[in-house]
Design a protein around this ligand. Structure first.
Ligand SMILES: [Zn+2]
Length: 80
Protein backbone atom coordinates (compact mmCIF):
# COMPACT_ATOMS: atom_id res chain seq x y z
CA UNK A 1 0.00 0.00 0.00
CA UNK A 2 2.94 2.33 0.47
CA UNK A 3 3.00 3.38 -3.18
CA UNK A 4 -0.78 3.75 -3.49
CA UNK A 5 -2.34 7.05 -2.60
CA UNK A 6 -5.90 7.04 -3.94
CA UNK A 7 -8.12 9.96 -3.09
CA UNK A 8 -10.15 8.82 -0.05
CA UNK A 9 -13.16 10.62 -1.52
CA UNK A 10 -14.94 9.25 -4.58
CA UNK A 11 -14.38 11.60 -7.56
CA UNK A 12 -17.80 10.66 -8.95
CA UNK A 13 -20.21 10.99 -6.03
CA UNK A 14 -18.15 12.38 -3.16
CA UNK A 15 -18.71 9.20 -1.14
CA UNK A 16 -16.21 8.19 1.52
CA UNK A 17 -16.99 4.47 1.83
CA UNK A 18 -14.23 3.16 -0.43
CA UNK A 19 -12.56 -0.25 -0.49
CA UNK A 20 -9.17 -1.16 -1.95
CA UNK A 21 -7.86 -4.62 -2.81
CA UNK A 22 -5.53 -5.99 -0.13
CA UNK A 23 -3.13 -7.39 -2.74
CA UNK A 24 -2.14 -6.27 -6.22
CA UNK A 25 -4.00 -7.81 -9.16
CA UNK A 26 -2.17 -9.12 -12.25
CA UNK A 27 -3.02 -6.98 -15.25
CA UNK A 28 -3.66 -9.97 -17.50
CA UNK A 29 -2.39 -10.60 -20.99
CA UNK A 30 -2.25 -13.93 -22.78
CA UNK A 31 -5.86 -15.04 -23.11
CA UNK A 32 -7.26 -12.22 -21.00
CA UNK A 33 -7.24 -8.49 -21.72
CA UNK A 34 -3.89 -6.86 -21.02
CA UNK A 35 -4.81 -3.86 -18.88
CA UNK A 36 -1.21 -2.57 -18.63
CA UNK A 37 0.27 -3.45 -22.04
CA UNK A 38 4.02 -3.60 -22.30
CA UNK A 39 4.57 -3.37 -18.55
CA UNK A 40 4.83 -7.04 -17.69
CA UNK A 41 8.15 -8.82 -17.43
CA UNK A 42 8.76 -12.58 -17.33
CA UNK A 43 8.76 -12.69 -13.54
CA UNK A 44 5.60 -10.62 -13.12
CA UNK A 45 4.92 -6.95 -13.00
CA UNK A 46 2.11 -5.04 -14.61
CA UNK A 47 0.01 -5.16 -11.48
CA UNK A 48 -2.55 -2.81 -10.03
CA UNK A 49 -4.84 -2.32 -7.07
CA UNK A 50 -8.55 -1.67 -7.45
CA UNK A 51 -10.64 0.82 -5.49
CA UNK A 52 -14.43 0.58 -5.39
CA UNK A 53 -16.88 3.18 -4.09
CA UNK A 54 -19.76 1.42 -2.32
CA UNK A 55 -22.06 4.40 -2.84
CA UNK A 56 -22.00 4.67 -6.64
CA UNK A 57 -19.93 1.65 -7.71
CA UNK A 58 -17.14 3.61 -9.40
CA UNK A 59 -14.26 1.17 -9.98
CA UNK A 60 -10.78 2.66 -10.31
CA UNK A 61 -7.45 0.97 -10.95
CA UNK A 62 -4.06 2.18 -9.78
CA UNK A 63 -0.93 0.82 -11.47
CA UNK A 64 1.74 -0.32 -9.02
CA UNK A 65 5.09 1.42 -8.67
CA UNK A 66 6.98 -0.97 -10.99
CA UNK A 67 4.45 -0.38 -13.77
CA UNK A 68 4.64 3.36 -13.30
CA UNK A 69 8.43 3.31 -13.58
CA UNK A 70 8.40 1.03 -16.64
CA UNK A 71 5.74 3.01 -18.49
CA UNK A 72 8.13 5.90 -19.17
CA UNK A 73 10.32 3.79 -21.44
CA UNK A 74 7.56 1.61 -22.94
CA UNK A 75 6.78 1.92 -26.65
CA UNK A 76 3.15 1.00 -25.92
CA UNK A 77 2.43 4.16 -23.97
CA UNK A 78 2.72 7.82 -24.87
CA UNK A 79 2.53 10.81 -22.63
CA UNK A 80 -0.59 12.96 -22.88
ZN1 LIG B 1 -18.90 7.08 -5.62
Amino acid sequence: MSDLRPDPICPNCGGKDLYVTVKTIPSGGGYSPDLLPGLRVWFGGGKFRAVVCTSCGLYRQFADEDARVRIKSSSKWTRL
